[in-house]
Design a binder for this molecule. Structure first.
Ligand code: SF4
Length: 181
């Protein structure tokens, strides 16, 4: 059941009226930003399997598997939202910083559920304090693929096939997403 928060803000139904939200991302360095339906977010267990078998960050970061929500949990989380803001930025921009800053800005505008994710591993500490607690929980966010999100499929579903990453954690295709309302 949806929680009843009287002043929880929702985006206008007509996407054309969401320019303000898109502009917030552009102002922070995004080259592109687009409101998408969360039902267009592609998910699959294969993404976490690729993290587990082949990625040096597996089990070494609080923001990567197995410390992230499973694919099934992510599917349930996505079902709590209708829309998200999909973002693309050039490789030299820090997408984690962009999504955290946007999350904060949207929360201050009563999008209380706003939650940012990015497609690159956490870069905050020289060495992750994986055996204890995250040192910067307010700034660290999980990778999309580590939560079972197929980043490539998601950007493709939303008409951005030209910036679709060729592999998870791509250092070239810099994708982020804020779950919004
Ligand atoms: S902020 Fe530091 S402790 Fe937290 S996930 Fe990132 S690297 Fe690990």
């Amino acid at each position: 059941m949806e929680s009843q928060t009287s002043n929880l803000r929702h985006l206008p139904l007509d996407f054309k009226n969401n320019k303000e939200v898109v502009q917030e991302a552009i102002d922070r360095g995004a080259s592109r930003a687009k409101i998408i339906w969360t039902k267009t977010v592609a998910i699959g267990n294969w993404t976490r399997m690729q993290c587990q078998f082949g990625c040096p960050h597996y089990a070494k970061l609080h923001t990567c598997p197995p410390n992230t929500p499973t694919t099934d949990e992510t599917a349930e989380i996505l079902a709590d939202y209708q829309r998200a803001l999909l973002i693309y930025a050039k490789p030299d921009y820090n997408m984690r910083e962009i999504v955290v800053s946007l999350e904060e800005a949207f929360k201050s505008k009563n999008y209380f559920r706003a939650f940012g994710m990015c497609s690159r591993p956490c870069d905050l500490c020289e060495e992750c304090t994986i055996d204890t607690f995250c040192k910067y929980p307010e700034k660290a966010r999980p990778t999309m693929q580590g939560c079972g999100i197929d980043v490539q499929g998601t950007v493709f579903n939303n008409g951005w096939g030209d910036v679709s990453p060729s592999k998870p954690c791509s250092s070239v295709e810099n994708i982020g997403m804020i779950l919004l309302d």
